[in-house]
Design a protein around this ligand. Structure first.
Ligand SMILES: C[S@@+](CC[C@H](N)C(=O)[O-])C[C@H]1O[C@@H](n2cnc3c(N)ncnc32)[C@H](O)[C@@H]1O
Length: 351
């Protein structure tokens, strides 16, 4: 393995760096707490003194001061000339309708606690989440409405921008109906159907997300064109669509399961259909990268599920009888892979 960047300095430098890295736990917890306490929403209305902010969010001023000191150091908040606190750019992003939902999930006991068993996951390859909470992630969410809301809001915060870029950049003019398989709260269909008015859509999801998706479709005024179906994508994939989106789905599963799902989607859209795979792509070297970190999150949450490099995604696609039609970057390390069934492929799913 090549050396980590910056690790070649003096021993003092290395100690300093290691301590900073370990402090990442405290930083993530502090940022998550800021979101959970509603600091971004309170300060969005204007700058506040320590006492006024403490009063607004029902905290002890002396303890809040300690949290704010860290948030000042990380430029989440700043202090104005009157000594009041106001939101910096990252603080604005921490509002609940933006990345705040992700921050809340990161620090919630449900999302945070399984990380204490990361070493176990590395030893066994099994999901720390299941060991910790007693059920695989999505089964757990089926039985815990509050956590399901937290999880789906976090995923939405993460994938909202990708959905918008996909809607703006992919040419849907030759598509008539889009199936979003495992489409969460429906954000992708909201973006795509709002942009492309001729389209209809169908979301296939587990029960925990479907009600929220229906509300999102109604709020966006697309409920007449967009259906939300409860279902299990290992049992059925909508067969009445000519395009099928799998956004952040195949990274949840091992290769055999991912191939099976891709094959199933290829059969569902038929020989002239389109498959749109949206996934983070691992960089081909050891530099620090968000997708590498997300890959560890997948290990903790889903065990065998993992992020992939481009050649690994290509292998899955080929094994599922799909051929690449286009690929383009969406946001950060996330890419769109457009594919269609190979004319010579076998048409049935294996599972
Ligand atoms: C990582 S989330 C991605 C959500 C959405 N595609 C996005 O990118 O915002 C994975 C989704 O797959 C759904 N899911 C998991 N297993 C499923 C199954 N067997 N059938 C249908 N949906 C499933 C989960 O409920 C969850 O919403």
């Amino acid at each position: 393995m090549s050396q980590a960047p910056g690790s070649s300095g003096s021993a003092v430098g290395a100690v300093e760096k290691l301590l900073q890295l370990l402090g990442g736990k405290w930083l993530a917890a502090a940022i998550s707490a800021a979101a959970s306490l509603g600091i971004p929403e309170a300060l969005a209305e204007g700058p506040l003194s320590l006492e006024a902010l403490a009063d607004r969010i029902a905290c002890r001023p002396d303890a809040l001061r300690r949290l704010l000191r860290v948030l000042l150091g990380e430029e989440v908040v700043r202090m104005n000339a009157r000594g009041e606190f106001e939101l910096a750019e990252m603080g604005e992003l921490l509002r609940g309708d933006q990345l705040g939902a992700l921050a809340r999930f990161v620090g919630s006991p449900f999302g945070w606690d399984p990380w204490s068993a990361l070493a176990d996951s590395v030893r066994t390859g099994e999901a720390a989440f299941q060991k910790h909470h007693g059920l695989p992630l999505f089964d757990y969410l089926d039985h815990h409405a509050e956590q399901a809301h937290l999880y789906h809001a976090a995923i939405d915060a993460f994938s909202k921008n990708e959905a918008r870029v996909l809607a703006e950049t992919f040419d849907f003019s030759n598509v008539s109906r889009v199936a979003d398989v495992g489409g969460g709260r429906g954000t992708l269909l909201v973006e795509v159907l709002s942009h492309w008015k001729h389209l209809t859509g169908v979301l296939l999801e587990r029960p925990a997300a479907v009600e929220e998706a229906r509300r999102a479709f109604a709020a966006a005024g697309i409920e007449d064109r967009c259906e939300a179906r409860i279902g299990d994508f290992f049992e059925e994939v909508p067969e009445d669509a000519d395009a099928c989106v799998l956004m952040h789905i195949i990274h949840t599963w091992d290769d055999a399961t991912a191939i099976d799902l891709l094959r199933r989607c290829g059969s569902a859209v038929g020989p002239d259909g389109t498959i749109l795979i949206v996934e983070g792509v691992l960089v081909p070297d050891w530099r620090r990268d968000l997708t590498n970190l997300l890959d560890l999150e997948m290990l903790v949450l889903c065990g065998p599920g993992h992020e992939r490099r481009k050649p690994e995604i290509r292998r899955l696609r080929t094994a599922a009888g799909l051929q690449l039609t286009e690929t383009s970057p969406l946001t950060g390390g996330v890419r769109l892979f457009g594919a269609r069934p190979r004319p010579d492929r076998k048409s049935s799913a294996t599972r």
